[in-house]
Design a binder for this molecule. Structure first.
Ligand SMILES: Nc1nc2c(ncn2[C@@H]2O[C@H](COP(=O)(O)OP(=O)(O)OP(=O)(O)O)[C@@H](O)[C@H]2O)c(=O)[nH]1
Ligand SMILES: [Zn+2]
Length: 363
C-alpha cells in the first residue's frame, strides 16, 4: 500500500530516532536486534535495554577499536561486550575519544568473535548518516517483528535496506531564483532536495555558462566555521570567496555548495575533532580516533548535480585529486584543474601540510 513508508523513508525515520536517543529494531538473516546510538542513549533506556536479559554489545568501527586496543574480529568493526558493572559514562567513554588521554579506559576490552555482524554494521552506518558518533549499543531480540509491533519502534529489514545503504539518493530540483551577488549581479541559486530526507544541497550559477563548453566549477563542502565565522583553522572561507570571485570575473561558473560539513561527519563531530587537535592530533588522526575514515564525503552528489544542470565537462577549481577522480568516474570530464590556493594562516599551515602529506592534496 502506497500510504505505508517505503524503505528509504524508514531509514530516514531510523536516523531521526537515533538522533533522539530512541532505539530501532533491525532484522536480518542472522536474527534481530535493538540498536541505539551510543551518543544519544539515556541512562534509563540503557537500563531498559539491559533488562531485556540478553547481553548487550557496543558496535564500534575498527578505527575506534584501534585507539582503544580492542580486537576488531569483524574486520571493519568490533563488537565490544558491555561489562555488568558498566554505566552510561562507560558507554560514552567508549564512543567518544574526548577523555582518552586524561582517563584511558581500563582494558582489556572483550570483543565478540564469530557470529554475524551485519546488523551491527547497519547500526553504525545509521549512526554515521545521522551525523552521530559511529557507535551503537546492540541487544539481541528473540522476535524483532513482534518487538517492533508491540513498541511502535521503527523496524528496518536488512535485506530491504542493503541496496540503499551504499547508493546515494536521487537529488530533485526544488526551486531556483535570481540572486544578485557582490561578485556578479547575474547570480542564481538552485536548491536540490534528496529523496531520503537528508540534507539539501545547493548550486550557485554565475552568468549563463555555455553547456557545450567546460564550465569553471567548484565543489565546495560546507564549513560553518570557515564559511561563516572566518575561522583561521582552515582555508574554506577564502576558497569559497575566491572561487565565486573568479567566476564573477570570467562572467560564468557554477559553485556547488554540498552540505557535507566536516568532510561528511557533521559539525558536532568536527568540533570533537578540533578538540582532539588541541590535544595534539592532526586532522586525519582526529577523524580516526573518533571512529571515522579520513574523508566521509560522497562526491558523486557533485557529479549528479552537474549532470542535472546540463554540464558534462568542467574546469575544476581544486587541489584535491580525489575530487577529480570522482568526477571522471561519474561521467563528468575534467578538462582542466584550476588551482585554488588562498587563505593560508599561521593556524592552518599544519592542517594544509597534513592534507598534502596524507590526503594527496596538491600544494
Ligand atoms: N573532519 C574534519 N573536517 C574538516 C576539518 N577542517 C576542515 N574540515 C572540513 O573539510 C571540508 C573542506 O575540505 P578540504 O579538505 O579543506 O578541501 P577539499 O574540499 O578536500 O579540497 P579542495 O578542493 O582542494 O579545497 C569542509 O567540509 C570542512 O568543514 C577537520 O579538521 N576535520
Ligand atoms: Zn573549513
Amino acid at each position: 500500500m502506497s500510504l505505508l513508508p517505503d524503505i528509504s523513508e524508514l531509514l530516514s525515520r531510523a536516523r531521526a530516532d537515533m538522533r533522539m536517543g530512541l532505539p530501532v529494531v533491525l532484522v536480518g538473516a542472522s536474527g534481530a536486534v535493538l540498536a541505539a546510538a551510543a551518543e544519544t542513549l539515556g541512562a534509563e533506556r540503557l537500563a531498559d535495554l539491559r533488562a531485556l536479559g540478553a547481553a548487550p554489545v557496543i558496535a564500534i568501527t575498527a578505527r575506534r577499536a584501534e585507539t582503544l586496543k580492542a580486537r576488531a574480529y569483524d574486520g571493519d568493526l568490533a563488537r565490544v561486550r558491555l561489562p555488568a558493572e558498566a554505566d552510561l559514562a562507560w558507554v560514552t567513554a567508549l564512543a567518544d575519544p574526548e577523555d582518552d588521554l586524561r582517563s584511558p579506559m581500563k582494558g582489556p576490552l572483550q570483543t565478540d568473535r564469530g557470529g554475524a555482524a551485519d546488523l551491527h554494521r547497519l547500526a553504525i552506518l545509521l549512526a554515521k548518516s545521522a551525523r552521530l558518533l559511529p557507535a551503537a549499543v546492540i541487544v539481541p531480540l528473540e522476535d524483532g517483528r513482534k518487538t517492533a509491533a508491540d513498541t511502535g519502534l521503527t523496524l528496518i529489514d536488512h535485506a530491504d535496506a542493503a541496496p540503499h545503504l551504499l547508493e546515494r539518493s536521487l537529488l530533485r530540483p526544488v526551486v531556483h531564483a535570481r540572486l544578485p551577488l557582490e561578485v556578479s549581479e547575474a547570480g542564481r541559486l538552485h536548491i536540490y532536495r534528496p529523496d531520503d530526507g537528508s540534507e539539501e544541497h545547493y548550486a550557485i550559477e554565475i552568468g549563463r555558462p555555455d553547456r557545450a563548453q567546460p564550465v569553471l566549477a567548484r565543489l565546495h563542502s560546507a564549513c560553518f566555521t570557515g564559511d561563516l565565522l572566518g575561522s583561521l583553522k582552515c582555508d574554506c572561507g577564502p576558497q569559497l570567496r575566491a572561487a565565486l570571485g573568479q567566476m564573477g570575473e570570467e562572467g560564468a561558473g557554477i559553485l556547488l555548495y554540498l552540505n557535507q560539513e566536516g568532510r561528511g561527519i557533521g559539525l558536532a563531530n568536527k568540533m570533537r575533532a578540533y578538540s582532539l587537535q588541541d590535544q595534539g592530533f592532526d586532522t586525519v588522526e582526529a577523524n580516526h580516533r573518533l571512529g571515522f575514515e579520513d574523508d566521509e564525503r560522497d562526491f558523486r552528489l557533485g557529479a549528479d548535480l552537474l549532470q542535472s544542470l546540463g554540464f558534462a565537462s568542467v574546469r575544476l577549481l581544486t587541489n584535491n585529486p580525489a575530487k577529480i577522480a570522482m568526477m571522471e568516474k561519474n561521467g563528468i570530464a575534467v578538462a582542466e584543474r584550476v588551482p585554488l590556493k588562498v587563505g593560508e594562516t599561521a593556524h592552518n599551515r599544519a592542517y594544509l601540510a597534513t592534507k598534502a602529506a596524507k590526503s594527496g592534496h596538491m600544494l
